[in-house]
Each structure stands twice: as structure tokens, then as C-alpha cells.
Design a protein around this ligand. Structure first.
Ligand code: F6P
Length: 341
């Protein structure tokens, strides 16, 4: 069998672990050939590919990023790109395509599968917002980075009696903010799922200072927004890929808090630091298992499906089911976090 593999969308710690395990299972396990397309679907469309053998994936398990490179597909050109990709994958003699990606990539994977190309997807995103899987790899690493950052920020905040507003990634779902905020003991967490009241944050900080705790850390997801009438905040523009370009909620909120509290507040935007560097052990293992199961699924002919974690087991689920709705933070998880502020 000839398997084509590509990594598309925003990169994520653990992508190399998937590529490595796909090659190990396919080449050493089944005697397959693996072709890696460079820079996501762009490499497929432009004919940039290379053979991946065991040597090519040696030593990449712990490396962040993706040895294949990645790119995003413009939403407006998605259908056209999928049509071309299908034809080209056939020209290259690809029996099964394994796209590793987030919501956008899996939407393209679904289109390709619907049009008859054998596809087995592997979900990835640090945001952990893909439905049908309990976890995506990359998330654990991102949460670890954000948690460590907040642990560090607490000591400098305390020295200067400041409020730190830490903006973490999470466009539509606040999983990173929720879990890193809980892990670091943040004093406020703002999620895209629940508009926040600035007055509540002001009251929380004033109450802490009154108790002699003269600093506060507030963790804000980049996609969080204030409740209507709570603070002036312009939503961002929509970019080429159909994503909102955020207007900088962390910065805006820090300015607003400083003004209302009369105390120093500083924004810290963690940004792509959360996506870079070496994956945690958890992410390496999950990514490796996804790769192994994707190749097994390809050999069973489980097309149009993607790997997913359910409890401790890896299962195959329809890609169509996973891309229909994003997995957002449920109310009970927000309530749990709020109980320990
Ligand atoms: O979807 C993953 C993600 O890291 C989001 O959390 C973030 O909003 C986005 O990608 C950033 O994308 P880009 O790398 O294109 O700036």
C-alpha cells in the first residue's frame, strides 16, 4: 500500500510523533511505502513530496513542529483545492491519504472522503476543541507552558503588587485557559464560552487586596469577550482562512482593569510559545497511538474515519461527526474552576 501523509493547519507539539509512528507501522509493520507531502495540502497541490522511511523519521519523536511543514487552506478555495488534491493524490498512486490536522484540515479531509478518495484523518490542535475525541495531542503541552508561565508571573506580580492578565490561545473554546488557569491557581478565568463582567474581576481583585493578597493573575482565552455593556471591545476581523484575528483582549482588559482599579495591571500574551517546543510525554504517547491506529484503519479500509481517544482507548470515529460541532467547555467545568478562585 502507498500511504500519503501531510500535516496541515497550525502546527502543534506531537505532529512528528504521529509521522514517526505512521512510518513505523506502515513500513516496518505492513511493508508499505509512505510519501510525505510538504507544507500541508500546498505540497500535494504543487507536487512537493518525499519518501519517508525509517531513517527519515529517526530522532524526531521529541521534536516540536513538523518535519513536513504546514500551511493553512483558504476557506474560499477549499472546494477547488480538494478537487485538485483528489486528482493529484490519484496521480501519485496514493492508496490512502492521512491528513493530520485541526477542524479546517478535517473539513477538507471529509470533502475528499465524500468525493471518493480513501482518507483516514488524525485530529490535532492545542485548543482541544475537536468533537468526538476526549483529547487532542498538543493540548497537554500548551497547558503545561501556560501553567508554568502563570506560576512565574505570580512571583513578579506579588513583588510589584500588580494584576497580571495572561492571554492564552483558544479561539472558540477555552480549554487551555480553563485547565492552565486551574492548574496555576489563577484568580479569574475568562473563556469564549461565557462572556465575562469586568465588574466581577474588579470586585475579585479589590477583595484580594483587602485580604492582604496584593496581587492577582487573570487567565484570559484569546477568544473571550466581555458581556454586553461591560467594557468597550471591538471584535477582530475575519482573515483569509475564516478565522477571527483577535483584537487583543488581554491588552484591552489590562488597560481597563488598571483604569478602574487604580492599580498597575500588565498584559502577557503567550501566543505561539504555547505551540512551540518539545511535546510532553502525554502528547508523545497519544500522538504515537493515533499514528499506529491510523495505519491499521487504512488497512481495514476504515475510510472517512479519524482516530479518537475515548477514555483510555483509541477508536475510529466518522470525520463528518467530528467536524459538525466544536467541543466547547461545558458549564459544570466552568463552575468547578470558579469554586477555587
Ligand atoms: O487552532 C490552533 C491555534 O493555535 C489557535 O489557538 C490560534 O488562535 C491559532 O491557531 C493561531 O493561528 P496562526 O498560527 O495562524 O496565527
Amino acid at each position: 500500500m502507498r500511504i500519503g501523509v501531510l500535516t496541515a493547519g497550525g502546527d502543534c507539539p506531537g505532529l512528528n510523533a504521529v509521522i514517526r509512528s505512521v512510518v513505523h507501522r506502515a513500513v516496518a509493520g505492513y511493508g508499505d511505502e509512505v510519501i510525505g507531502f510538504e507544507d500541508g495540502f500546498r505540497g500535494l497541490l504543487e507536487g512537493r513530496h518525499r519518501k519517508l522511511d525509517l531513517d527519515a523519521v529517526s530522532g524526531i519523536l521529541a521534536r516540536g513542529g513538523t518535519i513536513l511543514g504546514s500551511s493553512r487552506l483558504e476557506r474560499a478555495k477549499l472546494r477547488e483545492a480538494c478537487e485538485q488534491s483528489k486528482e493529484l493524490a490519484r496521480d501519485y498512486g496514493i492508496d490512502v491519504l492521512v491528513p493530520i490536522g485541526g477542524e479546517g484540515t478535517l473539513t477538507a479531509a471529509r470533502m475528499l472522503a465524500d468525493s471518493g478518495l480513501p482518507v483516514v484523518g488524525v485530529p490535532k490542535t492545542i485548543d482541544n476543541d475537536i468533537s468526538s475525541t476526549d483529547r487532542t495531542f498538543g493540548f497537554d503541552t500548551a497547558v503545561g507552558v501556560a501553567t508554568e508561565a502563570m506560576d512565574r508571573l505570580k512571583t513578579t506580580a506579588e513583588s510589584h503588587q500588580r494584576v497580571m492578565v495572561v492571554e492564552v490561545m483558544g479561539r472558540h473554546a477555552g480549554w487551555i485557559a480553563l485547565e492552565s488557569g486551574m492548574a496555576a491557581g489563577a484568580h479569574g478565568i475568562c473563556l469564549p464560552e461565557r462572556p465575562f463582567e469586568v465588574d466581577d474581576l474588579v470586585a475579585m481583585v479589590e477583595e484580594r487586596f483587602a485580604r492582604g493578597k496584593k496581587f492577582a493573575v487573570i487567565c484570559v482565552a484569546e477568544g473571550a469577550h466581555p458581556a454586553e455593556g461591560s467594557m468597550d471591545y471591538q471584535k477582530g476581523e475575519i482573515d483569509l482562512y475564516g478565522h477571527e484575528r483577535f483584537a487583543g483582549i488581554g491588552n484591552r482588559l489590562a488597560i481597563e482593569l488598571e483604569r478602574r482599579l487604580g492599580k498597575e495591571a500588565r498584559p502577557v500574551i503567550l501566543g505561539h510559545v504555547q505551540r512551540g517546543g518539545t511535546p510532553t510525554a502525554y502528547d508523545r504517547v497519544l500522538a504515537t497511538r493515533f499514528g499506529l491506529h491510523a495505519v491499521d484503519a487504512a488497512h481495514r479500509g476504515d475510510f472517512g474515519m479519524m482516530t479518537a481517544l475515548r477514555g483510555t482507548r483509541i477508536v475510529m470515529v466518522p470525520i463528518a461527526e467530528a467536524v459538525t460541532v466544536l467541543k466547547t467547555v461545558p458549564v459544570d467545568r466552568m463552575d468547578e474552576a470558579e469554586s477555587v478562585f
